[in-house]
Design a protein around this ligand. Structure first.
Ligand SMILES: Cc1ncc(C[n+]2csc(CCOP(=O)(O)OP(=O)(O)O)c2C)c(N)n1
Ligand SMILES: [Mg+2]
Length: 358
């Protein structure tokens, strides 16, 4: 298995990694942070592994690959989903990274490390791969991909109201213009995006991961929209993130920036609420107000739209900002009782019984 970290994005070597996977005919998975560097619709893709991992990646990793080449990742707890070993016991893990301080940070078994710039390492790996016969068959991959890609796949089609976050993401995925870029922010909504959104075109999905402040995605997408006004930028954010930096909308409106902001509005700091519930068995004792973000947007001079039902997010809505040359805020009232699957960091804390020692 090739395990692709964000170093591949930084070095711009996604195409070479894909070539390597194809020439050896081995599957690849990305870290959460590297989601968007490779097409997830590719037959060899397992999607995201580690934090918010897909069921395909989980199934493949649980069988335990013999040989893993990790490219541009520190193999942190997020990358490995709570330091789960990448290879089977006794298997080989090779870690390639430009930064020598990336080595030895992980506690999972690593067989060998190679300090190299991926821009020079990948051509050499491709050259070496010429002497290796591609895998004829990979029953482990077939078994892994025989099952569903995601947890609760039925949620993607759910007609329920309040809206399931997975269904809202499926509507976004179906409706995104071909050239649009989706940026996901910090919170449950971001984990939903990591888990459910399937990247078709490399370079068209980005989610900041790890120690990021809330609304990093919001401010980042504003910068992207200013820098590249012809490309439709859709930012998926949360009501809490909007509370932190939502008034950047004044800047976006003043400058006439065609940014689309889809707010997954659960009237809560969902990640904190569900995290507390999982680890401590109870949640934070305060409620966040149910803010009407469509009205807020209109009051600033942006376009505000409220979505409450499946199917309401469509192509016309995601093209509106470009058409009107001003920001569009979509207040998506999601079902606030649905937690994201695959927040392994929190699940591990819960399993470790942290609540008992506090
Ligand atoms: C500035 C800052 N404060 C706190 C956190 C910790 N934190 C991560 S996600 C989150 C809640 C996000 O709420 P919201 O934007 O509504 O997203 P949701 O989880 O509900 O989808 C918090 C408090 C953070 N990342 N950044
Ligand atoms: Mg929220």
């Amino acid at each position: 298995m090739l395990f692709v970290g964000s170093g591949v994005r930084v070095s711009g070597t996604g195409a070479e990694v894909l070539k390597l996977a194809e020439s050896l005919r081995v599957p690849f998975a990305t870290t959460a942070h590297a989601k968007g560097t490779l097409p997830e619709t590719h037959p060899l893709s397992l999607g995201v592994h580690g934090h918010a991992r897909s069921r395909w990646a989980a199934a493949y990793a649980e069988e335990g690959p013999d040989y893993v080449v990790a490219l541009g990742t520190q193999l942190s707890d997020l990358a490995t989903g709570g330091y789960r070993p990448l290879a089977r016991k006794g298997g080989t893990v090779i870690q390639v990274d430009i930064d020598p301080t990336s080595f030895g940070k992980t506690i999972i078994p690593v067989t060998a490390t190679i300090q190299a710039d991926l821009r020079s390492a990948l051509p050499r790996l491709l050259e070496a791969a010429e002497d290796v016969a591609p895998r004829a068959a990979n029953p482990g991959l077939d078994r892994a991909k025989a099952g569903p890609r995601v947890e609760r796949p039925e949620d993607l089609e759910s007609d329920a109201v309040p809206l399931s976050p997975a269904r809202a993401l499926a509507d976004i995925e179906r409706s995104l213009p071909e050239n649009a870029k989706l940026v996901a922010d910090i919170g449950e909504h971001g984990i939903f995006a990591l888990h459910y959104f399937e990247v078709k075109r490399p370079g068209h999905f980005y989610k900041p991961v790890a120690s990021c402040t809330m609304a990093t995605g919001l401010t980042l997408s504003l910068g992207m929209a200013i820098g590249d006004p012809e490309t439709p930028i859709v930012c998926l954010t949360g009501d809490g993130c909007m509370g932190m930096h939502g008034l950047e909308l004044v800047t976006a409106t003043t400058l006439g920036i065609p940014l689309t902001i889809a707010v997954f509005n659960d009237s809560s700091y969902g990640m904190v609420k569900f995290g507390n519930q999982r680890v401590f068995g109870r949640s934070n004792p305060f409620e966040v107000r149910d803010v009407d973000f469509a009205k807020l947007a209109e009051s600033i001079g942006a376009i505000g739209v409220t979505v409450t039902r499946p199917g309401e997010i469509d192509r016309a809505l995601l093209e509106l900002a470009q058409k009107e040359k001003r920001p569009v805020v979509i207040d998506v009232k999601i079902d606030r009782t649905i937690a994201s699957p695959g927040n392994n960091r929190v699940n591990q804390m819960a399993a470790a019984g942290t609540h008992r020692s506090i």
